[in-house]
Design a protein around this ligand. Structure first.
Ligand code: G3P
Ligand code: CA
Length: 302
C-alpha cells in the first residue's frame, strides 16, 4: 500500500465511522435510583444530574405502538392489577401467579396506568412514555441510548421494531451524521439480528451489542469480537465480565469498538462511595468509554 493510499483510507475510515463516544455517564432507565424507571420524571432528573445519555428500553403494545418499558409485563412497575384485575394471565401453565403481558394491552390502555406510585406516591402522575416522547426528551446535553427489547421475538411474531425506530429517528433528524463526535442517539440490543438490522437501517447511528456473562465466551474471543466489529460499533458487557477479563476493553478498542459496561448502582447510602469508586475505576483504569448507572450523580469524580 502506498503512503498516500494509506492516508486516504485512514481519512475515509475517520469520516465514515459512526461516532465513538468517550467517557460518558449513562443513566440506566433514567436516574432510576431516585425516580421510577423509564418515566419522564426519571429522564428529567438524569438530565439535571448531568447524565450524558439516558438509557431506555422499548417494547410493543398490542396495537403496534412502541412504548418505554423494561419488563415484558406491566405488574412490577404499574397499577395494572387494580385497573385491569381480570386481564391477568398465569405466569406459567398451571401457576396461580399472574402476569399482565404488555402485548395484551393497547396503547390507550397502557397510557391509563400509573407508572410512578410503585416507586413513591409523589410520582403518581407518571405514565409509561411513548417512544416518541422519550425521543422528544433529548436535549443538546443529554442524548438517548435506546435498547430494543427482544426484537427477535417480535420478528417471529411478524412485526419488526427496527424500521419503526428508524422512522421516528429520521423524522426527528436524529438518524445520525457520519463522524458526529457527540451522537445524540445510540441504539443497542442483546439480539445480534436486531443490531445487524439497525446497521442496515441506521448506518450512521452508533450501535451496541449487549451481552451477559453466559454469552461472553462467544463474543469476547478473538473471532467473536472481530465478528461484532463487522456489524456493531460498540459492545455493552455486563460489568462482571470485566472482573475476570479487564483486557476486553483494550481488545475492543483495537478493533475500533467503544465499550459501555452495566449496571453500576448504589442500593443504599452506604454503597454510594463504592459505586462512585467503581465507576471511576471503570472509566480510568479499565479505560471504559461509558458507565451505565442507576445513579448518574455518582458517575463524575467529585
Ligand atoms: O444498558 C444495559 C442494560 O440496560 C441491560 O440490562 O436488563 O437493564 O435492560 P437491562
Ligand atoms: Ca436496558
Amino acid at each position: 500500500m502506498t503512503k498516500s493510499f494509506a492516508i486516504v483510507t485512514m481519512l475515509l475510515a475517520t469520516t465514515l465511522a459512526p461516532a465513538r463516544p468517550s467517557k460518558v455517564v449513562i443513566a440506566h432507565r433514567g436516574a432510576s435510583a431516585y425516580a421510577p424507571e423509564n418515566t419522564l420524571a426519571a429522564f428529567r432528573l438524569a438530565a439535571e444530574q448531568k447524565a450524558d445519555y439516558v438509557e431506555i428500553d422499548i417494547t410493543f403494545t398490542r396495537d403496534g405502538h412502541l412504548v418505554v418499558l423494561h419488563d415484558d409485563s406491566l405488574e412490577r412497575t404499574t397499577n395494572v392489577e387494580e385497573v385491569f384485575p381480570d386481564r391477568g394471565q398465569p405466569a406459567k401453565a398451571g401457576s396461580r401467579e399472574q402476569r399482565w403481558p404488555v402485548k395484551d394491552f393497547t396503547l390507550e390502555e397502557v397510557r391509563r396506568l400509573n407508572a410512578g406510585s410503585w416507586f413513591d406516591q409523589r410520582f403518581a402522575g407518571e405514565r409509561i412514555p411513548m417512544f416518541e416522547e422519550a425521543v422528544g426528551a433529548v436535549t443538546p446535553h443529554t442524548g438517548l441510548l435506546i435498547e430494543l427489547k427482544a426484537p427477535d421475538k417480535e420478528r417471529e411474531a411478524g412485526r419488526a421494531m427496527e424500521p419503526l425506530v428508524a422512522e421516528v429517528l429520521r423524522a426527528r433528524g436524529l438518524a445520525g451524521k457520519p463522524n458526529d463526535s457527540r451522537a445524540p442517539i445510540i441504539v443497542q440490543s442483546f439480539d445480534e439480528g436486531g443490531v445487524r438490522e439497525l446497521a442496515k437501517l441506521l448506518p450512521d447511528v452508533p450501535r451496541v451489542l449487549l451481552f451477559s456473562p453466559p454469552a461472553a465466551p462467544r463474543w469476547t474471543s478473538a473471532s467473536g469480537l472481530k465478528e461484532v466489529a463487522s456489524f456493531a460499533t460498540g459492545i455493552g458487557p455486563n460489568k462482571d465480565i470485566l472482573d475476570t477479563d479487564p483486557q476486553l476493553v483494550g481488545r475492543a478498542h483495537d478493533l475500533g469498538l467503544f465499550v459501555f459496561a452495566w449496571t453500576f448502582r448504589a442500593d443504599s447510602a452506604s454503597e454510594r462511595d463504592a459505586a462512585r469508586a467503581a465507576m471511576q475505576r471503570g472509566l480510568t483504569t479499565l479505560g471504559l468509554d461509558g458507565v451505565i448507572t442507576d445513579n448518574p450523580d455518582l458517575g463524575r469524580s467529585k
